[in-house]
Design a protein around this ligand. Sequence first.
Ligand code: C5P
Length: 244
Amino acid sequence: MIAHTPRVIVPLDFPDMLSAFGLAARLDPRKCAVKVGKELFTAAEAGLVRELVRRGFLVFLDLKFHDIPNTVAQACAAATRMGVWMIDVHATGGPAMMRAARQAVTQASDEMGRTAPLLIAVTVLTSLAAEDLLAVGMTGSLDEQVLRLARLAQESGLDGVVCSAHEAAALRAACGAKFKLVTPGIRPAGAALNDQARVMTPEAAIAAGADYLVIGRPITGAADPLAALDAINASIGAETKVPA
Ligand code: C5P
């Protein structure tokens, strides 16, 4: 039983199941959640997510669903039945798609007698620059677009958004205290940036209003991943209480 929800989400960014389980075995489900994205989900055998859940991990199934409402709803219901903790969809799928996803998640979890997974939206991919938005016909500034889509997600009944920590304060102000903000692009002071351009430290991201921090390579690439995780948890005052 998890005493309280971890703040750190470790992405299992691996090309195969064996490597993912190798890292999972070196982590502690009481101290972090894990994220399964498109690469691992596609490469791994069926049963990967259920096995992580069985091992006690809170699993963020990061498949960024974007399709017609019925298809996304069915995918979200299937994810809920696998026992995941967090699911995401693209806010640009529109309000009908997000409402259908919300309804499907609620219904599937009610049927199982379980708490519904958190259903969150991706607003604008951080890989997109202003000229990319224009190229796909999105006028207006990037910040406006992020805010517009976050509000739309909230109005459609979603629990939160994935966002840059640099957007967290504005989104917290716009969407209120309960709206979950999940932030990648986090680097402890002095850690290698890798390919992340605009980063924030775990402490600063939490201070800016982030609820959950997606932190990959500073943990997955460390000689001792659990020690790296412990240090990050300590820096944000989020040590989970491990029963004796
Ligand atoms: O290793 P690192 O901490 O950079 O990993 C960040 C994780 O968050 C990766 O899984 C990456 O795909 C994901 N992510 C991101 N930026 C976004 C959305 C997701 O880095 N805007």
